[in-house]
Design a protein around this ligand. Structure first.
Ligand code: ADP
Ligand code: MG
Length: 226
């Protein structure tokens, strides 16, 4: 309980800050993006530099996407086709799969999955963050399994399993803490945001990990929101 209290206090403070800072950064970022496009046309011989600049700007953008969610609850629920939502995310992640050693995403989606009441934008972000972590845990390539099934009339279960480097016992406790990261280029925001979104959906998220063997993330979501 103490842990949960600590976490929700942290989230409230970080949330207020996040919203205002995110708005301040969006505008100059949009200008930079536009100007980068223009310069790219003007100096095609420097294409490689502009490609890197665009990628870095995109990275800032995706950090802002995570930040904005922290300050804004996802109360905007509608019925969504879970299968389409997951397929969409997998397609995006396959597209991003520009790593030297690609990761194969293997999906196992039960037929006749129910529509679920959710904020689709936010749930997509959860699955993107979690799949991305799984891919990043396998820098030399590997398989990532995404499984979706109906538990009963009221709940669905989504499992994302990787065969990556796993998470130590000490670090398992820190998952979801703001800025907790073990990556040199990490932000430690992805899971904080994802945990918050799942909580807002009255769902559950659980991590099982074996160091050196891999990690399984299990998410249980209610079909209806009351
Ligand atoms: P980031 O990815 O920017 O580091 P996250 O909040 O997404 O931030 O993840 C926090 C940390 O949790 C990661 O730095 C990593 O140590 C650990 N982690 C999360 N998912 C996995 C995974 N599938 N395999 C190994 N470590 C993971
Ligand atoms: Mg991450």
């Amino acid at each position: 309980l103490n842990d949960e209290l600590r976490r929700s206090e942290q989230l409230a403070t970080v949330g207020q800050l996040a919203t205002s800072i995110t708005h301040e950064i969006r505008n100059p970022l949009t200008s930079l993006k536009g100007l980068t496009q223009l310069q790219k046309k003007k100096y095609p011989e420097d294409n490689e530099y502009y490609r890197i600049m665009s990628n870095e700007l995109e990275r800032i953008n995706s950090i802002l996407d995570d930040l904005i969610v922290i300050g804004r609850p996802s109360m905007d629920y509608a019925k969504n086709n879970l299968q389409e939502l997951i397929e969409y995310v997998i397609a995006i992640m396959n597209h991003h799969n520009g790593m030297e050693h690609p990761v194969a995403i293997i999906k196992e989606l039960e037929e006749d999955l129910p529509e679920i009441e959710c904020n689709a934008q936010h749930l997509k972000q959860v699955f993107i963050n979690i799949i991305k972590n799984g891919m990043e845990a396998m820098p030399t390539g590997g398989k990532l399994f995404v499984k979706v099934k109906r538990l009963d009339d009221n709940y669905v279960q989504i499992t994302v399993r990787d065969e990556g480097d796993g998470i130590s016992k000490e670090n398992l406790e820190l998952l979801g803490d703001p800025f907790h990261t073990t990556k040199s280029e990490g932000t430690g925001l992805g899971l904080m945001v994802s945990f918050k979104i799942i909580e807002e959906h009255h769902g559950e998220i659980k991590y099982d990990s074996d160091e050196g063997k891999g990690t399984t993330v299990t998410i249980i979501l209610p079909v209806h929101q009351y």
